[in-house]
Ligand binder design. Structure first.
Ligand SMILES: [Zn+2]
Length: 255
């Protein structure tokens, strides 16, 4: 079986001791990984990892938490790295009004600047949205035409899924789809065309059942695929194949 974990943070210090083993377990299970930058340092690390491994790709970008550090030189660095073949997206970018680690107007500015960058470089985007959906949708709707990218760790219901699909976006489904309380999310996934679904871990966070409570890693993405397969009423091999095709198409991966 071949799978793509479309959103992981392999640079995270949770993998400091055994990163090579984590990557080896994923590869042994047929899993390719898009590792996502969240600031300058982690974006640089993501590019390095992607340079070293044929089945790892990188996204470069600044998470809304660190929006206050985004300046012209940050954007120039992202632009420089984005020219690399192994860099396939700008992300993760967006808004986070739950933790509010950067002022909201600064988050919106950094988000708009990185959306512009992605458009200029013709790269898809990886979006982060936490308790900021109204402003996120408003900013996305400012741009003409459709967007190309994925709402990572989508947690909403059917109406919100529809709003993102209408903007041309894919939905990234992760570990929370396996959590008992997330019935509305499962209902939403049932209604989303498979062509618009990606699967992800967000490792080391959001560990799926049955490993919930432990550190997450890309090899656990099979448990997300299993749950999505159940919801769509198809075989897990089918979900693996089709979400891999989606990732290949969206990010232009060579596998
Ligand atoms: Zn993430």
């Amino acid at each position: 079986m071949r799978l793509i974990d479309s959103h992981a943070h392999l640079d995270d210090r949770a993998f400091r001791v055994d990163r090579a083993a984590v990557i080896a377990r994923a590869f042994a299970a047929g899993i390719g990984i898009i590792t996502i930058g969240s600031d300058l340092r982690s974006s640089r690390e993501a590019v390095r990892l992607a340079e070293r491994h044929r089945r790892i790709w990188a996204a470069v970008g600044a998470h809304p938490h660190g929006a206050r550090h985004v300046d012209a030189s940050t954007l120039q660095a992202f632009e420089r790295w984005a020219k690399h073949d192994a860099v396939v997206a700008i992300g993760e970018i967006g808004l986070d009004y739950y933790r509010d680690l950067s002022p909201r107007d600064v988050q919106r500015r950094a988000f708009r600047e990185q959306l512009d960058l992605a458009r200029r470089l013709d790269l898809p985007i990886c979006l982060h949205d936490r308790e900021s959906t109204d402003d996120l949708l408003e900013i996305l709707r400012e741009a003409p035409g459709e967007h190309r990218g994925v709402v990572h760790s989508f947690l909403g219901g059917s109406d919100l899924a529809r709003a993102f699909l209408d903007l041309g976006l894919h939905l990234g489904i992760g570990g929370p789809v396996t959590f008992p309380k997330n019935g509305a999310l499962r209902e939403a996934v049932r209604g989303v065309p498979i062509e618009r679904l990606l699967i992800e871990t967000d490792a080391p966070y959001l560990t799926p059942v049955p490993y919930r409570g432990r550190r997450n890693e890309p090899s656990y993405v099979v448990h997300v695929a299993g749950e999505v397969a159940k919801l769509k009423g198809v075989d897990v091999e089918d979900i693996a194949r089709r979400t891999t095709e989606n990732a290949v198409r969206l990010f232009g991966l060579t596998i």
